[in-house]
Each structure stands twice: as C-alpha cells, then as structure tokens.
Design a protein around this ligand. Structure first.
Ligand SMILES: [Zn+2]
Length: 209
C-alpha cells in the first residue's frame, strides 16, 4: 500500500483540471483515437507528442505561448504516471516561456509609469516560496509563477522588487515607499496577498516543481 500511495501525485492533470490563468490557459479537446494515432507530424516548440503503445496525446502551443491545446482520445489513461509527468513538465515549460515574455513587458510598463528603472530583469525559477529578488546592483529576477497568479498580485510582486531599487531592506521606509507605488497600504496588501495566494499555492508549487 505504502508504495502505491507514494506514487499518487498531489494533483491530476486531466481534462477535468481547470488550468486557466491570467496570461496562460489550457484547453482540452476530445479527438478521434485513430486520427491522433496516425498523425505523424514532427515535434517542434509548438507541437509535442506523447506516444505510448496504444495512447497518443498531442500538445499544441499557440505562437505567443499564451494558450495550449491538448488533444486526447477516450482511450487515454490519465492515471499513467509517465503521461502525468510528461504533461506537468510540458505545461511547466510553457509557463516559463510565457512568463519570460509577459513579466519583463509588464515590469517595463511599471518602470515607465513610476520612472523607476532596474539595471535589468530576468525570469527564472527561484527558491521555493520566493517570487522575486532584487540584487544590490539593481538587477531584478522574477519567478515564472507570478505569471499564473491573479494579475493584481503579479503587479504587487513586481512593485515590491522595484521598491527595492530604492531601499535594499524591509524597514519602515521601504514599506512606506511601496505603499506609494501600490497606492494603498502595502503591509495591509501583503496580508491580502498571503491569503489570496494560499488557496492555490499548493497547485502552483506542484506545477512548477
Ligand atoms: Zn523584499
């Protein structure tokens, strides 16, 4: 029993999974098994194919990576752990690509709005629980996870890192300045953020692990 239990994932990625985020969404399409199986087109960044003895699942990514269509048929067994791993890794990859487009864009908008500029910005997975960081040389790194959290929270995380361009600490002066940027009380905002994040946090972590 123990070993079976261990293999159960926290979440299942299947056509019942709601995977719609502000900047990225997934749609499932039930297709004819033969059509899928006989499709021999090559893989590309926009097209990935999972093929086992009798099953076939095809992932189609839109050009701007904002949308993924997953084609499957009635014979696909979503309890197959190999398939689960493939789906999770493919989705994670897309979220990272999408985040690398969306997050710097949004940060540059906020930089122009507040006339506050970083030396540069990069998007890459950070330590568990860390959404962003700002170095003493004013280089900002953002976690791809913030591209799938609610939009307002995404701005808050970016503004938090941008506030570090002026204050490289979390003392009162930092929070006061962040309040100005966000336009409301930042410490209060942080509480709201924590609550809002907690509901889906486990799922985000599972997707991006
Ligand atoms: Zn901070």
């Amino acid at each position: 029993m123990e070993s079976i239990k261990k293999r159960q994932p926290l979440y299942w990625i299947n056509p019942n999974a709601r995977l719609r985020f502000p900047y990225y969404s997934i749609e499932w399409h039930l297709c004819d098994h033969q059509d899928l199986f006989q499709d021999q087109r090559k893989e590309s960044p926009f097209r990935k194919v999972y093929r086992a003895k009798t099953t076939c699942v095809i992932i189609l990514n839109s050009e701007d990576h904002s949308k993924t269509d997953i084609l499957y048929s009635v014979v696909v067994d979503f309890h197959n752990m190999k398939l689960q791993k493939w789906l999770r890794e493919s989705i994670k990859e897309q979220i990272i690509v999408r985040a690398s487009i969306v997050l710097p864009q949004r940060m540059h908008e906020l930089e122009a709005k507040h006339q506050l500029f970083a030396k540069g910005v990069s998007v890459k997975p950070l330590r568990k629980g860390v959404l962003g960081q700002c170095t003493h040389t004013n280089f900002i790194t953002l976690s791809p996870i913030i591209a799938i959290i609610p939009k307002e929270l995404m701005d808050d995380v970016i503004l938090h890192e941008m506030a570090h361009l002026k204050y490289h600490h979390h003392l009162k002066s930092f929070w006061k300045y962040l309040s100005q940027l966000i336009g409301e009380d930042a410490e209060q905002q942080k509480v709201i953020q924590d609550i809002a994040l907690s509901k889906y946090w486990g799922f985000y972590m599972f997707l991006m692990k």
